[in-house]
Design a binder for this molecule. Structure first.
Ligand SMILES: [Mg+2]
Length: 180
């Protein structure tokens, strides 16, 4: 297919709801009342001043926590279509302690059309070349060899996407409009 592209796509807070799951988990565990929309910075611990940094980040290193993540609204159908049309790779900077549980959750429970061979674990996503990168982390676009699709999240809302040459999208339907 002539218009078949290499589409790189982030996992956390792009196809699954890490931040929402994390904030809800901490609220449940510690009785805090933080709203996910209030988390407007990459460092989640800033929004839980009554907790230590270790307490805030502990779930990220807990395999059981990763079994709670859910798909982002509207993602499943569009990602499935992108997978059928293009060469799709999930590029994620996941840590080694929970990598297996997280990816198992994604490929077994949430997005069973994805194969393990489509996963690339990379902290420096710029080393992976593709036609597009879909991501909520603004640091992953700088110097990258791809067109950037920034998935709008509270923690990137203050970022000037236009100045950085990115296309900001608010829904997976908008991603479908670009790639399908
Ligand atoms: Mg992310």
């Amino acid at each position: 297919m002539a218009d078949k592209k290499i589409v790189l796509c982030d996992a956390d807070d792009t196809i699954e709801n890490l931040c929402e799951t994390w904030v809800n988990y901490l609220n449940c565990q510690y009785g805090t009342k933080v709203a996910v929309d209030d988390v407007v910075d990459w460092d989640v611990s800033k929004f839980f001043p009554e907790l230590t940094k270790d307490q805030v980040y502990a779930p990220i290193y807990d395999k059981e926590f990763w079994k709670l993540i859910q798909p982002i609204d509207g993602c499943y159908e569009i990602l499935h279509k992108i997978n059928n049309k293009h060469s799709l790779y999930i590029v994620t900077a996941t840590n080694y302690q929970t990598c297996d549980t997280k990816i198992e959750r994604i490929i077994v429970d949430l997005f069973p059309f994805l194969q393990w061979s489509q996963f690339i674990i990379a902290s420096k996503k710029q080393l992976v070349h593709g036609d597009y990168l879909i991501d909520d982390g603004v640091h992953n676009f700088e110097g990258g060899h791809y067109k950037g699709i920034l998935f709008d999240r509270p923690h990137n809302r203050l970022f000037d996407d236009k100045a950085a040459g990115l296309t900001r999208v608010h829904t997976w339907d908008e991603i479908g409009d670009i790639l399908l």
